[in-house]
Design a protein around this ligand. Structure first.
Ligand SMILES: Cc1cc2nc3c(=O)[nH]c(=O)nc-3n(C[C@H](O)[C@H](O)[C@H](O)COP(=O)(O)O)c2cc1C
Length: 203
């Protein structure tokens, strides 16, 4: 797969996760090896990846996810919500769940800007998702369970001071064709040479 194709067609896969087909753990581990090539500040690599394959654990994580999702989205509507709702109902049956975590120095999140902390983990998570796509696996970035982060930590034995960033369901996809999504146009979000755009002087 071409790099640009992977970058523009790696979607949030929810309805097209194959819940029946097992996922080879070796492939997941290879994708995580690839993810470990992502950058981290000071090359600290303070990342951890909890991989959940055991059915009872997956079921419990899935139940917690669904409860949090329903609490967070009460009264929501629309296509993204409906797709997300579907994922919430099947999360416990997704063959592999990945919970990326970051070890927080001193165990406390910094009071101000936390960008460096999270950026020491999140590029690797996206790398994992791209690598998974290269192996025919679908993923979806989810965060709903973070409202019950401590409950999931207790379930999986994640130690204090190690904070969870996401829950990434992983499964083979039903079909292989994914398309670029509609996004806000670049012109709406681009600020060239300052917030008020100043076109470069022509040379
Ligand atoms: C920080 C973040 C949190 C998200 N949380 C959830 C979530 O809890 N549940 C869910 O189903 N999707 C979640 N998503 C997926 C987004 O809804 C999805 O990426 C977005 O709708 C765009 O769809 P696309 O990735 O297919 O282009 C999350 C994505 C990000 C980046």
């Amino acid at each position: 797969m071409q790099l640009e194709d992977a970058l523009t067609t790696t979607r949030a896969v929810r309805r097209r996760l194959d819940l029946e087909r097992p996922v080879d753990l070796e492939i997941v581990l290879r994708c995580l090896e690839t993810a470990l090539q992502a950058p981290t500040g000071g090359d600290r690599q303070a990342w951890r990846f909890v991989v959940v394959t055991e059915p009872d654990l997956r079921a419990e994580v899935g139940r917690i996810y669904r409860r949090c999702f329903e609490e967070r989205t009460r009264g929501a509507a629309g296509r993204t919500y409906e797709n997300a709702q579907h994922l919430a109902t099947v999360m416990e049956r997704v063959p592999v769940q990945i919970i990326p975590c970051v070890e927080v120095p001193g165990g406390h999140l910094p009071p101000r800007n936390q960008a460096s902390l999270w950026a020491g983990l999140l590029p690797a998570v996206w790398s994992y998702m791209l690598a998974a796509r290269g192996h025919g696996l679908g993923t979806c970035w989810t965060t709903a369970h973070l409202a019950a982060e401590e409950e999931v930590a207790a379930l999986l034995g994640i130690p204090d001071g190690t904070r969870q960033a996401a829950l990434i369901p992983t499964a083979h996809t039903l079909g292989a064709t994914f398309l670029p999504a509609r996004r806000r146009p670049l012109g709406d979000v681009l600020h060239l040479n300052g917030w008020t755009t100043r076109e470069p002087a022509s040379t």
